[in-house]
Design a binder for this molecule. Sequence first.
Ligand code: F0G
Length: 458
Amino acid sequence: MELPFAESYRIKMVAPIKKSTRAEREQWLKEAHYNLFNLKSDQVFIDLLTDSGTGAMSEQQWSAMMLGDESYAGASSYYNLKTAIQNILGFDYFLPTHQGRAAENVLFSVLVKEGDVVPGNSHFDTTKGHIEFRKAKAIDCTIEEAYQTELEYPFKGNVSVEKLEKVFASTDASKIKFIIVTVTNNSSGGQPVSMQNLRDVSQFAKSKGVMLIVDSARFAENAYFIKKREKGYENKSIKEIVSEMYSYADAMTMSSKKDAIVNMGGFIAMRSESLFEQASVFNIMFEGYLTYGGMSGRDMNALAQGLDEGTEFDYLETRIKQVEYLGNRLIEFGIPIQRPIGGHAVFIDAKKLLPNIAKEEFPAQTLAIELYLEAGIRGVEIGAILADRDPITRENRYPALELVRLAIPRRTYTNNHMDVVAVACKNVFDRKEKITKGCKIVKEAPIMRHFTVKIERM
Ligand code: F0G
């Protein structure tokens, strides 16, 4: 008999989590203005709000922290991280930042000017925020297949070169300085970008004389999918695949809180010394001196170790199999989810699950509310609330997909927790006909409103 799959680690330290009653959750959610970001973490039983900064570090990472060098300048921890970035990602220059959006802020301070256009594949909201804040435009060039949630397509994160062509044909060349490719593509469902696509986009960028920048939060999960799904990569190690992926990039922004399995941290890495010098000015201004940026020495040490562990096959297999486990349980129950199952999260198609809720009543937020009330599970809306208003017309933007993301923290929950999540989803699904009213916004911020929005149920 074939042995079943089991995790490639054992547990050494645990944190208790609390169950609650439905009546308690009703009250707490009301007090939170139906915005799940406003809940206290001990009001949540299984927290799938994000896989960002919520993973469990290894004993090697914790021991590396004890060796952190907290010198202001030239700390050994900085050089440990520099070596890891050179060896694993292949970039000679890097700047530490406190997290991914800080990397965007620093890099875009050099590269993005008013009136610019930044094409890419479903820019993450902070990426789009930093572009739009500078009065530039982010244009989504993700392939059309990404929008058909139940279509099985191996690389739904890909960039459409045809769409890129159109953007370049209709834009003054001086307005485009780079193309940004997000791996895996978070906003379209944690879907990977193929090596072929990276190669094609890189060639295209070169032909137009612009840079290719990779938003790298989940680069290792992307490499795992390339190994599993792309011909010619079956026998390559994750580190070999990662190295090839970055050979096509001129620079990268990184939120280390995902695939590098740390609780806080980020960086920018690049090939160009001149770009490094320009970005250094902003890094010193916004983040900190060049050899620590926004990070303490111990955090840089944990990150250097995390980059190594996060690009090991056994770890990635355990991680992605857990996400698949949850996805497959939902599929068994007939729940419509984004297919194939993504790397860091399962994305439920809220428009299909709650067919009675009009887009103006925010089906994904409505579903996220129902899931919390059902079992204390916190997911996140990836729909019209997240999409914000159009910066010019101020009209609500209704994206093609209304999703609830259940993001799985790394090395944190067991498959028993996944079973609870699956059954909670099934219970909501079973009473979908009775859910006829959605919700409305009563207060919102002008940009990135989803974090602080106040909502009422209709
Ligand atoms: N890029 C991508 C693709 C991301 O998913 C995120 C964060 C960022 C950039 C920004 O990084 O949070 O370190 O500042 N995503 C988190 C999420 C918040 O829940 O998906 P950050």
